[in-house]
Design a protein around this ligand. Structure first.
Ligand code: AMP
Length: 397
């Protein structure tokens, strides 16, 4: 079965065509600057990337260009659209309505629309992608895979905030969590790869990338996660602040003459590693280079991230009353051995011993703890597109 995986952002769109039997990526790429001018990146497996500037006034033209590239006579991965058997869409927010992926129906579209308020930048773009695919490929089943779904197993003590309960009752203000497709994929793979008992396992997944979140997973089910109502909560991220004292918003707002929208802009786009490093960069590679060159702000940003990851991991060990495995994934988690080493340095009390040589390897599932370590530590590359493909196949087969 060939599955087209679509991840629509507000002005961009990522796609992959995957053969679900072999799980090989037949072609992949992205559309950028949708609604501005438009650029299509297309890469058939085994061939070089093709980059084409092409007008994309809306997502409809963008998806049409992707379909044209996929079926192109010369470099297309398939002969005709008849070879696309199903489409899997990433949908960011499923609210409390969706605890798992689902085949898209008219009622489902309405239910997703009702979650738009919770993710105003993402859900409307995801819905546009769904509608355009329905129009351009009638009869092909579409499946929605939600970022929030995996976290719906959290108990109320983990998802309720210490706010007047009517905000939850009336507006569903609660912790939802994000990166669920990644946390689900990586925790499942960890159980398999590390030979843990699926029904008796405690795993902590550290998804550390430009956006970062950690989850605590007991017997394959999420019991807590660091992101909240929105992806702003939790760890310090590339440009997002993560947790702060909420009173800072009023205090800084008055000093800097910023309204709430201005403050939110600072918290989402000017904070995190970028802000704390004094504008050096939101990227770990730049920060490590700057810190090595003696930049103290960059050093502080790196230390804060490692310290926060350690604290959340320690908190989740307490919440789960133990841990069998700690797993690192995403851009930073998969590539940054220094960060991993700094995080586990203070987890020696759990009987964790890092294998320094293994910690230097990259690009594969790998155990980075020593054989006598009481808790296994591993790096498992995430693959959200493959997870979306698998869910799609499971639902449409
Ligand atoms: P993601 O959002 O998962 O794509 O992760 C992106 C982030 O991963 C970048 O902003 C970098 O901070 C980080 N990253 C990528 N490659 C490396 C690397 N080789 N070493 C350290 N950090 C990396």
């Amino acid at each position: 079965m060939n599955v087209l995986v679509i991840n629509c952002g507000s002005s961009s769109l990522k796609y992959q065509l995957i053969d679900s039997e072999s799980e090989a990526v037949l072609a992949k790429g992205l559309c950028e600057r949708i609604g501005i001018d438009g650029r299509l990146v297309y890469q058939k497996a085994g061939l070089d990337k093709e980059i084409t500037d092409a007008p994309m006034p809306s997502h409809k033209e963008a998806i049409q260009l992707v379909l044209d590239a996929l079926t192109n006579d010369k470099t297309g991965a398939i002969k005709s659209l008849k070879e696309v058997d199903a489409i899997g869409h990433r949908v960011v927010h499923g609210g409390e309505k969706f605890a798992s992926s689902a085949v898209i129906t008219d009622d489902m579209i309405k239910a997703i629309e009702e979650c738009n308020e919770l993710a105003p930048l993402h859900n409307p773009a995801n819905l546009i992608g769904i509608r355009v695919c329905q129009e351009l490929m009638p009869g092909v089943p579409n499946v929605a895979v939600f970022d929030t779904a995996f976290h719906q197993t959290m108990p109320p003590k983990a998802y309720l905030y210490g706010l007047p309960v009517e905000y939850y009752n009336k507006y569903k203000v609660r912790r939802y969590g994000f990166h669920g497709t990644s946390h689900s994929f990586v925790s499942k793979r960890a159980i398999e790869f590390l030979g843990l008992d699926k029904d008796n396992s405690k795993v902590i997944v550290c998804h550390l990338g430009n956006g970062s979140s950690i989850s605590a997973v007991v017997n394959g089910k999420c019991v807590d996660t660091t992101m909240g109502l929105t992806p702003l909560e939790g760890l310090i991220m590339g440009t997002r602040s993560g947790n702060i004292d909420p009173a800072i918003m009023e205090y800084v707002g008055k000093k800097e003459n910023l309204d709430l929208a201005g403050i939110m802009n600072v918290l989402n786009k000017k904070s995190g590693l970028l802000g704390l490093s004094g504008g050096v960069s939101s990227d770990m590679r730049d920060l490590e280079a700057a810190a090595e060159g003696g930049n103290q702000n960059a050093r502080n940003a790196l230390d804060v991230l490692a310290y926060q990851v350690t604290k959340f991991v320690g908190g989740y060990v307490a919440a789960m009353n133990g841990v069998d495995a700690i797993v690192f994934t995403a851009g930073i988690g998969e590539n940054d051995g220094n960060l991993r080493k700094a995080v586990v340095a203070n987890l020696g009390y759990l009987g964790i011993c890092l294998d320094e040589d293994a910690n230097k390897k990259r690009g594969e599932d790998i155990v980075i703890s020593t054989p006598d370590s009481k808790v296994k530590v591993a790096v498992i590359p995430t693959n959200e597109e493959l997870a979306i493909c698998r869910d799609t196949v499971a639902l449409v087969k």
